[in-house]
Design a binder for this molecule. Structure first.
Ligand SMILES: N[C@H](CCC[C@H](N)C(=O)O)C(=O)O
Length: 275
């Protein structure tokens, strides 16, 4: 099988393998093996997710987004910024574009120093309810920003055991069967929020989670009456900005702004994912 060209890209430290699959270069019958194999750290390229760019007769392109474990979530905010810049670099779309995801159509604007995407309208925003975590009651909020998120506010972001507590939330029976992502937020300098995220489908802490940053911004804006935009600093030190209109529990015109960096361009050889 011919090696498959790809870009390795990063949105605030959330990293992705992106493949132009408009000519169907990826073997459909071994797709999950390719995703899981290529996303393995150390043994292969390593990534939090893999994105296939595919043709569309409606919008500039459609995508398939895979978590590192091969699961197929509806949306990925950091991945969407990277996919948009990938499409612009490859002449698949102009700076202003639209592409289809399982969560709906995403509009994107590729700037000189970052990408701005219009998120799908958030759903089921709920704040200030208790969650029993191993006998400990924690107050949380939840919202679907393309994928499900739970957000809890902590005093010290460094002190959080993101994997242990994140897993308790991720697999909590209240969010079965699909589970949820778990975000921990604290106040940072200059009115910024500090955020750490345990990501479903990566099953670990990631250095940033775009939809999680949006979830945290909306839940804290709702609880604290914060005005748009809300700025957040991710675990990598990356900066994300969330713009929104909020009326009661209804949020519209939600935009996520941040970086979309090309790390390198490569070729994926079969031995890098078949083993
Ligand atoms: N792992 C998430 C999808 C990717 C979300 C994240 N990488 C983002 O930037 O939004 C899930 O299965 O719900």
């Amino acid at each position: 099988m011919k090696p498959i060209p790809f870009f390795k890209m990063s949105g605030s430290g959330n990293d992705f393998i992106i493949i132009d699959n408009r000519a169907a270069v990826v073997p459909e019958d071994r797709l999950e093996r390719l995703v899981v194999g290529a996303c393995r750290r150390k043994m292969s390229v390593g990534a939090d997710g893999l994105i296939l760019i595919e043709p569309s007769d409606r919008v500039d392109f459609r995508w398939r987004f895979f978590n590192a474990d091969g699961s197929l979530p509806d949306m990925c905010g950091n991945g969407a910024r990277c996919a948009a810049r990938f499409a612009f670099i490859h002449g698949i779309a102009d700076r202003q574009m639209a592409f289809d995801t399982l969560a709906g159509t995403i509009e994107a604007t590729v700037g000189e120093h970052g990408v701005r995407i219009r998120m799908t309208d958030p759903a089921r925003l709920k704040t200030g309810f208790p969650l029993d975590l191993d006998g400990r009651t924690v107050m949380v909020g939840s919202v679907n920003t393309g994928v499900p998120h739970v957000v809890t506010v902590v005093d010290d972001i460094e002190a959080v055991d993101v994997v242990r507590t994140g897993r308790l939330i991720r697999f909590h029976p209240d969010f079965a069967p699909d589970g949820t992502n778990a975000n921990f937020v604290a106040d940072g300098p200059g009115g910024r929020l500090l955020i750490r995220t345990y990501e479903r489908g990566v099953e670990d802490e990631t250095l940033a989670c775009g939809t999680g940053n949006v979830a945290a911004a909306l839940i804290l804006a709702h609880d604290r009456g914060l005005a748009s935009p809300v700025s957040l600093t991710t675990r990598s030190g990356g900066q994300l900005t969330v713009h929104f209109t909020m009326k009661g529990d209804r949020c519209t015109d939600v935009f996520l702004e941040g970086d979309a960096r090309v790390i390198y361009r490569g070729e994926l050889w079969e031995e890098a994912w078949l083993t």
